[in-house]
Design a binder for this molecule. Structure first.
Ligand SMILES: NC(=O)C1=CN([C@@H]2O[C@H](COP(=O)(O)OP(=O)(O)OC[C@H]3O[C@@H](n4cnc5c(N)ncnc54)[C@H](OP(=O)(O)O)[C@@H]3O)[C@@H](O)[C@H]2O)C=CC1
Ligand SMILES: O=C1OC[C@@H](O)[C@H](O)[C@H]1O
Length: 496
C-alpha cells in the first residue's frame, strides 16, 4: 500500500487526483459553513445593537415632551430662540454670571471725609439728557457747583429753575461763557445738541475746564482732532460720553474677548433704532441741530465695533435714505453701513491692545454690518461672531445689563452658554421722571471719572492728573469720529 506520503507525492495518479479533489471540496464546504455562521452571528449582534440604540432613543424622546427648540441646562431647561441648526446635544452646560453694579456706584463722594480732592461739576445745555445726567450725578453723591443754559430762549430763568430743582446748585448762568469763567468748576458736562458740541467743548477746554462731552463727540473728524489738540495743549481731560463702555456687562464682555476664549472674531452686527417723534425741528430730524440716525445711534455701533477691534477699518461703505412718514428730510432716517478690516494689512489685535502690548500684530479679517434707524423699532442688540462661538449684548446694547455667550465645539454642537447679568441702581425720580431709558446707568462713567480724578488728581490742580480714561482713550474717541464721519460721507450726508 502506498503510504500517505507517497499519495501526496504522486499527484499524477488518476485515482489519487480524484481523491485530492474530493478532499479540497470538503475543505471549501467547511470554510463556507464557518463563514456563513460568522455572518449570521455578526448580523445578529448588529441587530441587537441597533434595537438597543433605538430603544434608548425612543425612551429619551418619550421622556422629553418639549419641542426640539428647547435645550436642557443642568437642572434647568429653558426656551431659546437662538438655536443652532446643527444642534443635536440635549446637554448644554450653562453658567449664570451676576455682576456687581446693582448698588448705587460707590464713588468717592465730595462728602466723604477720606476724599482728598473735590471734583466740582458744571453742566451746560439744560435739555432732556442734562436732567437724567444730573440725577445720576446726585445719585452718585457728586458735587455739582454750577449750571448754564445759553442757546435757547429764557436761558437765565431756565438755568435758575434747573439749579433749584437739584437741591439748589450754588451757581446758575444764562450763558456758557459765564460758566466757563467760574473758578468753582473743574469739569463740565456738555449736553448741547450735536451741532454745538464742538464750539461748546472748545470754549470749556480753552477756559481750562476738564470736559465730559455728549456723544457723538463732533459732527466731523477734523473738529474732533482740533478738540483733542486743545485738550492736550491745556492738559485737561476730554471724554465723550460713550457711557456704554463703562457698564459692568460691557467691561466683562471685553474681558471675555481679551481672554481669547471665543477665538478669532470674524463678524459683528448691530441694529440700533426707534421711530423718532415726527417733529421737524426736534434735534433728531433737524439738519442744523446735527440730526440723523447715524449721529444719534449709529455712532454707538461704531464705538462698540471699535471696542472689539480698535483699529481703523480698511474699507467703509454706507448707504442711506432720508424719508420718514412720507416727508423728506436732510438727514439719514435709515442708514446701512459696512466696516471691513481686511486681512491685507497687519493691525494690532484686540488681545494686543488689551495686554498693552502694542507691538504684537495679528491679522484678523473682520466685518461689521450696522443699521441705524429713525423709522422703526430695532433689536438694539450687538452681536459678535467668532471661531468658537458668539456673544450677544442684549437690548439696549448702548446701556447693557445683559449679555449671552454661546460656545460651540469646532464644527460641532453648542457646548456652553453663559448668561451675564447686572442690575442698575433704581433711578431717583424725586427730581422728576427719566427722559431717556436707563439714565441711571450714567453712574458708571461718573464713578470712573471720579475715581480717576481721585487717584491721579484733577488736571489743573495736579500735574498731569487724570487725562484719560482707560476704557475710552483719546485714540478710541478719535477713531469713533473718524469712522462715523467716513460713514456719513460715504452715504452722502454733506450733499443732502
Ligand atoms: N449718552 C446718552 O445716552 C444720550 C446722549 N444724548 C446726547 O445729548 C445731546 C443732547 O440731547 P437732548 O438733551 O435730547 O437735546 P435737547 O433737544 O433737549 O437739547 C439740549 C440743549 O441743546 C440746546 N438746544 C436745543 N435745541 C436747540 C436749537 N434748536 N438750537 C440751539 N440750541 C439748542 C439747548 O441748550 P440750552 O439749554 O443751553 O439753551 C438745549 O437745552 C445730544 O448730543 C445727544 O446725542 C441724548 C440722549 C441720550
Ligand atoms: O444717546 C442716545 O441714546 C438713547 C437714544 O434714545 C437717544 O436718542 C440717543 O441720543
Amino acid at each position: 500500500m502506498p503510504s500517505s506520503t507517497d499519495v501526496e507525492s504522486n499527484e499524477n495518479h488518476p485515482l489519487l487526483r480524484d481523491g485530492k479533489k474530493q478532499h479540497v471540496n470538503d475543505e471549501n464546504k467547511k470554510d463556507r459553513r464557518i463563514f456563513t455562521v460568522f455572518l449570521i452571528v455578526l448580523v445578529f449582534i448588529g441587530g441587537l445593537i441597533c434595537i438597543s440604540i433605538g430603544w434608548k432613543q425612543h425612551n429619551s424622546r418619550s421622556n422629553n415632551t418639549e419641542s426640539p427648540w428647547i435645550y436642557h441646562t443642568r437642572g434647568k431647561s429653558s426656551q431659546k430662540d437662538e438655536y443652532p441648526w446643527w444642534e443635536t446635544s440635549n446637554h448644554v452646560d450653562t453658567t449664570y454670571t451676576k455682576l456687581q453694579g446693582s448698588l448705587p456706584a460707590p464713588i468717592i463722594s465730595a462728602k466723604d471725609s477720606k476724599r482728598t480732592n473735590n471734583l466740582r461739576w458744571g453742566i451746560v445745555g439744560l435739555g432732556r439728557i442734562a436732567r437724567d445726567f444730573t440725577t445720576a450725578l446726585t445719585m452718585a453723591g457728586a458735587n455739582i457747583t454750577a449750571v448754564a443754559a445759553g442757546s435757547l430762549p429764557n436761558a437765565t430763568a431756565r438755568a435758575r429753575h434747573f439749579a433749584n430743582l437739584y437741591n439748589n446748585i450754588p451757581h446758575s448762568y444764562g450763558s456758557y461763557q459765564e460758566l466757563a469763567a467760574d473758578p468753582n468748576v473743574d469739569i463740565v458736562y456738555v449736553a448741547t445738541i450735536n451741532s454745538l458740541h464742538y464750539s461748546t467743548a472748545m470754549m470749556m477746554l480753552q477756559a481750562g475746564k476738564n470736559v465730559l462731552l455728549e456723544k457723538p463727540m463732533t459732527m466731523e473728524y477734523t473738529q474732533a482732532q482740533a478738540l483733542v489738540k486743545a485738550a492736550e495743549k491745556a492738559n485737561r481731560l476730554l471724554v465723550t460720553n460713550y457711557w456704554t463702555r463703562f457698564f459692568p456687562v460691557v467691561k466683562y464682555v471685553r474681558s471675555i474677548l481679551a481672554s481669547g476664549r471665543l477665538g478669532d472674531i470674524s463678524a459683528m452686527r448691530g441694529d440700533f433704532g426707534f421711530p423718532t417723534p415726527p417733529i421737524a425741528n426736534d434735534r433728531y430730524l433737524n439738519r442744523d441741530s446735527g440730526g440723523g440716525a447715524m449721529l444719534d445711534v449709529g455712532c454707538y455701533l461704531v464705538n462698540l465695533a471699535l471696542l472689539v477691534n480698535p483699529v481703523l477699518p480698511q474699507q467703509i461703505q454706507a448707504s442711506a435714505q432720508t424719508t420718514y412718514m412720507d416727508h423728506q428730510y436732510r438727514i439719514d432716517t435709515e442708514m446701512g453701513f459696512l466696516l471691513n478690516w481686511d486681512s491685507a494689512k497687519k493691525t494690532p489685535s484686540m488681545m494686543a491692545v488689551e495686554n498693552n502690548n502694542k507691538n504684537e500684530t495679528k491679522t484678523t479679517p473682520m466685518i461689521f454690518s450696522g443699521q441705524a434707524s429713525f423709522r422703526r423699532p430695532s433689536s438694539f442688540e450687538f452681536e459678535i461672531n467668532a471661531q468658537h462661538g458668539r456673544l450677544v449684548i442684549h437690548n439696549p446694547a448702548n446701556a447693557a445689563t445683559a449679555a449671552t455667550v454661546y460656545e460651540y465645539q469646532t464644527f460641532g454642537p453648542l457646548k456652553h452658554v453663559e448668561e451675564i447679568r447686572s442690575e442698575l441702581p433704581p433711578f431717583d425720580v424725586s427730581f422728576g421722571p427719566e427722559q431717556y431709558p436707563r439714565g441711571e446707568g450714567f453712574v458708571y462713567i461718573i464713578r470712573e471719572i471720579e475715581q480717576c480724578m481721585f487717584e491721579k488728581g484733577i488736571p489743573g490742580d495736579a500735574k498731569p492728573g487724570c487725562l484719560e480714561l482707560e476704557e475710552l482713550t483719546l485714540q478710541d474717541q478719535l477713531l469713533t469720529v473718524n469712522v462715523t464721519d467716513t460713514v456719513l460721507r460715504s452715504a452722502g450726508y454733506w450733499d443732502w
